[in-house]
Structure formats: C-alpha cells, structure tokens
Design a protein around this ligand. Sequence first.
Ligand SMILES: [Zn+2]
Length: 179
Amino acid sequence: MKSSTHILAAGYITMAASLKMNMRLDETFVVLAMSSAGSILPDIDKKGSKISEKNLVAGISGSLLRIFTSHRGFTHTIVGAGLISILITLAINLLPLNLDNNINSIIGMSLFFGMLSHIILDSLNPKGVMLIWPLSRKRFNLMNIKTGSISEFIFRMILCFGLIIFAIYFLMEKGMFNL
Ligand SMILES: [Zn+2]
C-alpha cells in the first residue's frame, strides 16, 4: 500500500481514541501525530520509502534495519510493532520534555495502533505479512490489492469517504458541529 493510503488510518485511530477516551484537544493532537508516524513507520525497512527518506535518523535507522531484515519482515509483525513502539516511547522519554504518564501512554499506544493499522492494510496485499511471527513465518494475505493498482485507488477512495462520514460524526459528538 502507498503511504497516502496508510496515513488515512491515522485519522480513524485519532477520532476513535479521542471519542472513546474523551480526550482533550492536545491529547488528540498527540494521537494524530504519533499514529500518523506509526502508520508509515513499518516501511522504514524499504529503501526509498517516504519514511526512510524523512530525516537523517530515519535514514540511518532504516539502513541499519535492512542489514538484519528484508522488506515486510520484523517491522511488519505485531511483536515488532510492540517492541518498536516501546523503544521509541522510551527514547522520547529521554528528551527533556517533562511529559506526564498519561501523555507517555498515549504516545506508546498511538504509535502501536498506527503500526498495527499499517500491518493490517499490508495484509490486503498479495505479498501479505507475517502476522504471528515469531511463532511462524507464514504470511497472511486477506485480499489481493496490489500497491499502486486501480483496486488500491478504489480502496483509498472508500477509506476517504468513510473518514469524512466519521469526521462529521466526530465533530457532532464533540459538540463542534450540528446538523
Ligand atoms: Zn508496509
């Protein structure tokens, strides 16, 4: 899937989390930022991907990662997503930002759910993903939507349409918009 398709998932995650946990605006923005990053992060294992060319840190991390894993390997597993989310959250904690525990858990969970959404969307591609690694290296693919194909374009349009409907519901629930 293209990164533009993946990033749409962050919109769903943000609005669902904000509604479910009755989040403040600043917390909602943290979810949006971290789930957006998480939604494209797994492709850091692919040379030339948007995320691996984002900045120097991403570039170096991606190059190092590619020594140990191939595309759609470790970063595209549920265990990998969990470990990477924990590591990044710990690294953010080392910065002098004085974040409270609530924001820390929001950062970790948003990253994880963003990465999880990427893995689920990639499972709709013929190559599939190793969902239950390290228990098995079996690749699961739920559909046959090829990257950059017309079927991905249609799928992306459906996601966009759903997101607009969800956004209207979200704004109504937050009391910002009344029909
Ligand atoms: Zn991917």
